[in-house]
Design a protein around this ligand. Structure first.
Ligand SMILES: [Zn+2]
Length: 169
């Protein structure tokens, strides 16, 4: 068995855009270039020391590739997190889900003009993507993400639906 990818460096084939965005939200470094086909992406991934995440069956047994079996992004996320032992907490929200750039905490005054006054007034923590410049703020965005993640990670396939951990006993 291969070692888990220690630095969380991945490449995703062009069919896995949604998975790529979610992995970035969890802090994983995910390269994606929709102009490349799966075989080209595999070469690119190898040159860059990344593990290719792919839905291409021909790459099922390829070295440095992980075949993602599911069609559904939630199940795909569970597959990848289980295989590579990804823990969502430590690096969460350290990357831009749009472009894979790194987020840096930014000065509150610097982003004042970018938001309606009520947003600005209610938020203390802003982070900016160092690549595309998109600004994230703590409250609304992560709350929605955490809810979705909670649903994804507490999914119990044996019960055919979303399962909440029991509070009894
Ligand atoms: Zn970005």
């Amino acid at each position: 068995m291969r070692e888990p990818c220690p630095s969380r460096r991945f490449a995703a084939d062009r069919t896995l855009g949604r998975l790529a965005r979610w992995l970035r939200l969890l802090g994983a470094d995910v390269l994606r270039d929709p102009s490349l086909d799966a075989a080209q992406m595999l070469r690119r991934a190898r040159a860059d020391e990344r593990t290719l995440l792919t839905r291409d069956k021909r790459l099922r047994t390829a070295r440095d590739a992980f075949y993602v079996a599911s069609n559904d992004f939630r199940a795909q996320l569970r597959e990848v997190m289980a295989r590579f032992h990804l823990d969502p907490q430590p690096a969460m929200l350290s990357r831009c889900s749009r472009c894979n750039g790194e987020l840096r905490k930014t000065d509150r005054d610097a982003v004042r003009r970018r938001f309606p006054p009520f947003v600005y007034a209610s938020q203390n923590d802003f982070a900016a993507c160092d690549r595309c410049g998109h600004i994230y703020w703590r409250a609304t965005h992560p709350e929605r993400i955490m809810r979705e993640l909670d649903a994804i990670l507490s999914f119990d396939p044996g019960r055919g639906g979303l399962a909440r951990p029991s509070t009894e006993g």
